[in-house]
Design a protein. Structure first.
Length: 369
């Protein structure tokens, strides 16, 4: 299942422009609020140079990169948690995503309306965050009374939930998003079925002008982006700087033209690549590979995943019947010119159920069902 990121923000901050550029999905764009009513979903392949190196050796029939899904959700406004601007409908669209990518406007343009009649990215973030916290507060409180009643009957699980809910409600009332409340993994597991939005990790996307895109990458050079970086640092979130207009142009170019275009702008990589890398880092993800004559394929797993868990990403039967894994590091696979060379030089290892993957491992699973 693909990693799914929900793109949120105020109207007219460039969400759909960036979504279109990243996914080439053709979401509707216009200079008026609530242009995007139903969520648009786009699938993006994750660029990884290692796939090309593996394929040059294995010469497979096909190459399959891993993918991410981006869900473009209509612009939220102040009062969204109470239904303003169709807010409840929009908020429901982001409860199922893995992470929230929050687009903030970091450019001045008199021709593009701002719903608050000013350009202040931190103030914009606080508006959205407040609405998300209010929506979460309503979700927890809706469940709270029923859990209290069960706890009074002596139900042990309900008693635990009452304590967790109480702390979460207090934190939200104090203006603290759930992800910043210091909850334990066990606490978060108790909240999992509520699909709370502010429990999700956040990646801020600073949408800048074409003139500022180069300097905005450097801390200390762009006041608006620096203000977002400062806020993100306090809460442990990530920031990526993108120019929606440039990404729209890049999305229409061939690989060689794209490289030249980026070089002219003094950019090392496109916004999509930076966004994917930051999303992986934020969610604690990494990649392993399977290599064969039919296909070379990238798979996404959590950092710290064991060999059986990695096998389960391919198929649950692989995890259930896991026996062992044949493992070659990416560097050894390339240096030895493939699997046979790695075997001959003793670079292939047999690993059991407790083995924790390293990023780039080339894996072959042995299993019995």
């Amino acid at each position: 299942m693909a990693l799914q990121c929900g793109i949120v923000g105020l109207p007219n901050v460039g969400k759909s422009t960036i979504f279109n550029a990243l996914t080439a999905a053709g979401a509707q764009m216009a200079n008026y609020p609530f242009c995007t009513i139903e969520p648009n979903v786009g699938v993006v392949t994750v660029a990884d140079d290692r796939l090309g190196q593996l394929s040059a050796i294995a010469k497979p029939q096909k190459v399959l990169p891993t993918v991410m899904e981006f869900v473009d959700i209509a612009g939220l406004v102040s009062g969204a948690s109470k239904g303003e601007g169709l807010g409840n409908q929009f908020l429901g669209h982001i409860r199922q995503v893995d992470a929230v990518t929050h687009v903030v406007r970091c450019f001045e343009d008199d021709d593009i309306t701002h719903v608050e009649d000013r350009v202040d990215p931190v103030a914009d973030i606080l508006i959205i965050e407040t609405e998300l916290m209010l929506a979460d507060l309503a979700s927890v409180q809706k469940r709270y009374d029923g859990v209290i009643k069960k706890a009074r009957t002596g139900d042990k699980e309900a008693k635990v939930l009452v304590e967790i809910y109480s702390r979460v409600v207090d934190g939200l009332n104090d203006g603290i998003p759930i992800r910043q409340q210091g909850l334990s993994p066990e606490d978060l597991e108790g909240l999992r079925d509520l699909f709370l939005i502010t429990a999700k990790p956040v990646l801020y996307i600073c949408n800048v002008s074409e003139a500022d895109v180069s300097i905005a990458q450097k801390p200390g050079e762009h006041p608006m982006c620096d203000a977002v970086r400062e806020l993100a640092a306090k809460e442990g979130s990530e920031v990526v700087v993108i120019c929606g207009a440039i990404e729209s142009e890049i999305s229409e170019l061939e690989a060689e033209e794209k490289a030249m275009f980026l070089d002219d702008l003094n950019l090392e990589e496109a916004g999509l690549d930076r966004l994917v890398n930051q999303a992986y880092r934020l969610l604690g993800l990494m990649t392993y590979f399977t290599v064969g004559p039919k296909e070379v394929r990238a798979w996404t797993v959590a950092v710290g995943a064991t060999a059986p868990e990695a096998a389960g990403v391919i198929h649950t039967d692989f995890q259930k019947g896991f026996i062992r894994a044949e493992v070659i590091s990416f560097a050894d696979f390339i240096a030895c010119n493939g699997e046979q060379g790695a075997k001959e030089k003793g670079k292939m290892r047999l690993e059991g159920k407790t083995y924790k993957l390293n990023d780039g491992d080339v894996m072959h699973f042995l299993f019995n069902v």
